[in-house]
Design a binder for this molecule. Structure first.
Ligand SMILES: Nc1ncnc2c1ncn2[C@@H]1O[C@H](COP(=O)(O)OP(=O)(O)OP(=O)(O)O)[C@@H](O)[C@H]1O
Length: 543
């Protein structure tokens, strides 16, 4: 684990500013530490050797101590601000990047891992900025200044410190290697724990129904146990390493003290210099020792930032740049021999698939569950990149076009429509933000949802609405767009037969091209053509 990841400085401007500020504060702190030691040694020598008062020295000492406290306060404020700014920058960058990577990349376990990373995970950067980095800077500035000052008074003591000082970073590096793997394991255990909990909570009604709710307690216990064991291991390592560092520093200071004591007795060293060396010696080791202590507090933050960079460094699928997207109102769309394989899967989700979509026609995709119907829609939207094959529109491969412009041609109702918190009207207007109240009402009516009040509130993920209502709101959202092509994944599931017939009639009347995933006979019968997905070569059936 690197003490300071250069990628953090590259990605977050606040981190660079913070580091520069910390160096300034570190240099000032080093100077104040030396000044404090000089004043202290001078004051004691005044009392012991010269029998003088310490009034002026005590006043100066108070000023120096107050200045050190002020610097510490400043460092704390700067660190908290930097941590907040860096976390917000990284969160924004990860969100933007994962949006570009698309829904296929985000699916499954990855979405809950990402949630943990962007919430609790990145919060672990707080101790990294507030404690570890400032201490790292102090470790770079203070010992150098202290040893240089010591050398002017007692060269031998300075050499002793210089020889023993590197032992601390060497041991710290050894401990760091051991900690790195543990930290990663702990992060992983935490992500598994979060995923498991959210799964169990979401599935609690089902588990209860099948009498399996209690059985989950064992699984939760096992996952939490794994997390507990990983945390205890990290703690054990932290205690062990601070003990080793503490011991090393104490022995080193003792070595300096013995040498200084002997030379003082032999009269080779004055009392004031000896005192100065004795006061300064622990100060040389302290910042390095504390780096070790804070290292453990920040190891989780470093592991989280590495996870962030893993996401940010995931290469984006190549984006087309052409803006002359063909108008699908008058242009046909063709998929030739398209094979899609999801990462980590041996079997392709879609194999050698062909599809012709002519303007104005209604085509139904049929086939058994898991055959790849939703994958066809994902491929048309450019959410998945085919392993082979090509999608052509107007004589050009679709991936040559700028993805956002390409997607603007489609209204989409996914299998599980995502609704956001707000009202029904807010959700419908996502399809066309400038839509009037009348247009919203019309879209709802066309989607078979005229009984729904546009002002009705919608909870997170569509809560407060029934499954069928969510689907109809999503359909209204697709219908209100001016997109020439509608991609509908089981749009009428949850609708009764007469509402379904009305919706199909509205789709036809709209004159738009429609590609819909259908299982129900009424919907299949309403299509111009049915394309079966999943057969070795897909069959086309004229209706
Ligand atoms: N994000 C994903 N990662 C990995 N595999 C996936 C992913 N999405 C789908 N699959 C797999 O790809 C195959 C095709 O899935 P797809 O959702 O396209 O099928 P479908 O025909 O729409 O199914 P259904 O009718 O049940 O909705 C399935 O085997 C599925 O397990």
């Amino acid at each position: 684990m690197k003490p300071l990841d250069p990628r953090l400085l590259r990605r977050a401007r606040a981190a660079r500013v913070f580091l520069a500020g910390s160096v300034l504060i570190g240099v000032a702190t080093g100077l104040l530490i030396i000044l404090q030691a000089v004043l202290l040694a001078h004051g004691i020598a005044d009392v012991v050797l010269r029998n003088e008062g310490v009034g002026q020295v005590a006043l100066l000492l108070a000023v120096v101590i107050a200045a050190r406290a002020g610097l510490q306060w400043l460092q704390e404020v700067v660190a908290q601000r930097a941590a907040a700014a860096v976390k917000s920058t990284l969160r924004r960058q990860v969100l933007e990047h994962s949006l570009k990577l698309g829904p296929a990349w985000l699916s499954g376990e990855r979405s809950s891992k990402l949630t943990t990373l962007l919430t609790k995970g990145l919060d672990d950067l707080d101790p990294y900025f507030a404690r570890y980095l400032p201490q790292l800077v102090l470790a770079g500035t203070v010992p150098a200044g202290v040893v240089a000052w010591m050398a002017t008074g007692d060269l031998l003591a300075a050499v002793t410190v210089l020889v023993t000082l590197p032992l601390i970073p060497i041991f710290m590096a050894l401990v760091g290697w051991a900690t790195e793997a543990h930290s990663r394991r702990r992060q992983h255990a935490l992500a598994v724990l979060a995923h498991h909990f959210s799964d169990v909570v979401a599935g609690l009604p089902t588990l209860k129904l099948f009498g399996r709710a209690k059985g989950q307690a064992g699984a939760v216990r096992r996952v939490t146990d794994r997390h507990r064991v990983a945390s205890m291991k990290s703690l054990r390592l932290a205690f062990l390493s601070s003990f080793v560092l503490e011991l090393l520093a104490s022995i080193s200071v003792a070595l300096v003290a013995v040498g200084v004591g002997l030379r003082l007795v032999e009269g080779k060293l004055g009392l004031e210099t000896a005192l100065l060396v004795l006061i300064l010696a622990p100060e040389a080791y302290l910042p390095l020792r504390q780096v070790g202590a804070h290292f453990h507090a920040s190891a989780d933050g470093v592991a989280a930032s590495e996870e962030v960079f893993r996401v940010l460094e995931t290469p984006l699928p190549e984006r087309g740049e052409r803006t002359d997207v063909p108008d699908l109102r008058v242009t046909s769309l063709h998929l030739h021999d398209v094979t899609v394989r999801y990462p980590g899967r041996d079997e392709p989700a879609l194999k050698a698939f062909d599809l012709d979509l002519w303007p104005g026609e209604v085509v139904a995709l049929a086939g058994p569950s898991g055959a790849g119907k939703s994958t066809v829609i994902a491929a048309v939207l450019g959410f998945v990149v085919p392993e082979s094959g090509v999608m052509v529109a107007g004589g050009s491969a679709a991936d040559e076009f700028e993805p956002d412009l390409w997607r603007a041609q489609f209204g989409w109702v996914p299998q599980r429509p995502g609704l956001r918190v707000g009202t029904i009207a807010d959700n419908v207007r996502l399809g066309r933000p400038t839509a009037t109240d009348e247009q919203v009402l019309r879209a709802l009516a066309e989607a078979g949802a005229s009984e729904l009040d546009p002002a009705k509130p919608v909870g997170e993920g569509g809560q407060l609405l029934s499954g069928g209502q969510r689907r109809r709101v999503a359909l209204a959202r697709a219908l209100i767009t001016e997109a020439p092509v509608l991609l509908l994944d089981e749009p009428t599931a949850g609708l009764d037969a007469s509402s379904e017939a009305a919706v199909v009639a509205n789709l036809r009347a709209s004159g738009r091209t429609v590609l819909l995933v259908a299982h129900r006979p009424a919907l299949l019968a309403a299509a111009d053509r049915v394309v079966t997905v999943g057969a070795a070569a897909n069959r086309m059936v004229a209706v």
